[in-house]
Design a protein around this ligand. Structure first.
Ligand code: HXC
Length: 258
């Protein structure tokens, strides 16, 4: 499938989706957000894909929503269009694991998009920020909520109120990213992580996603119950039998997603 604003390639069970609007530092315009939602839904349904890596260029992940496209919009237009909500919902509905591989700027909607992914691997040149305050607006696709949950109130307030950028080392210390790697190795590391995930049972990876995401959406008691039921339910799968038998027999498991 060809897209105007994305490059998509699939190799070894892993899809790499590259944001590709270099003339605007990968700013997220409506076309890109629609194409991204469509591409991720297609990859989610594609049996040749077991894990997705979302990335930008080696200089920029995404510099935020497209300011030129947004600048003249009225409240009524933003509200009626429900700006970027259907696309964001579609992105977070993907059931396969999605890794964000971030080099360079991930600002505003770019940082929010990275946080919609399951985890973030950052290049050592990555810079994260929520600078919407400098434009007279606030984050609009999850930044005040997801950043706060990831890094805590104090740092989230600092980022949103001052608009300052966080470098990769600070982002790792704060828990925004799972690991920092040398910029030149970013895609190799992200692909290796994706291939490792692709070796697991797809049933189990989906249950892991659902269970971890539950922790954001419910009380501890309900989340623990969800996890326990999920854990018990996996004993109805062949992959649980295979995984445990392989351990006992000291061999590599052959998961069959059933
Ligand atoms: C549209 C953008 C853009 C953006 C950069 N460009 N960011 N166009 N929307 N968000 C364009 C510039 O206008 C310029 O185009 C070209 O990309 C290169 O950018 P420069 O500024 O010349 O590059 P540089 O000096 O290297 O600075 C990089 C930068 C800066 C620090 C990332 O571009 C920047 O501050 N960008 C805006 C970041 C931002 O405020 N993001 C939040 C957006 S609001 P020309 O044609 O002049 O070459 C948001 C809300 C989300 O994201 C909520 C959604 C619902």
């Amino acid at each position: 499938m060809a897209y105007e604003t994305l490059l998509v390639e699939v190799e070894d069970d892993v899809a790499v989706v590259r944001l590709n609007r270099p003339e605007a530092l990968n700013a997220l315009n409506q076309k890109l957000m629609r194409e991204l939602a469509e591409a991720l839904a297609a990859l989610d349904a594609d049996p040749a894909v077991r894990c997705v890596v979302l990335t930008g260029s080696d200089k920029v992940f995404a510099a935020g929503a497209d300011i030129r496209e947004m600048s003249q919009k009225s409240f009524v237009e933003m509200f009626t269009e429900d700006f970027f909500t259907p696309e964001s919902d579609a992105i977070t509905r993907v059931r396969k694991p999605v890794i964000a591989a971030v080099a360079g700027y991930a600002l505003g909607g770019g940082c929010e998009l990275a946080m919609m992914c399951d985890f973030i691997i950052a290049a050592d040149n990555a810079k994260f920020g929520q600078p919407e305050i400098n434009l007279g607006v606030v984050a609009g696709i999850g930044g005040t909520q997801r950043l706060t949950r990831l890094v805590g109130k104090s740092k989230a307030m600092d980022m949103h109120l001052t608009g300052r950028f966080m470098d990769a080392a600070e982002a790792e210390r704060a828990g925004l990213v799972s690991r920092v790697v040398p910029a030149k190795n970013l895609m190799e590391e992200a692909r290796a992580a994706a291939r490792k995930i692709a070796e697991k049972s797809a049933l189990t990876t989906m249950v892991v996603k659902e269970s971890v995401n539950r922790s954001y959406e419910t009380t501890l008691r309900e989340g623990l119950l969800f996890e326990r039921r999920a854990f018990h339910a996996l004993f109805a799968t062949e992959d649980q039998k295979e995984g445990m038998a392989a351990f006992v027999e000291k061999r590599t498991p052959q998961f069959r997603d059933r």
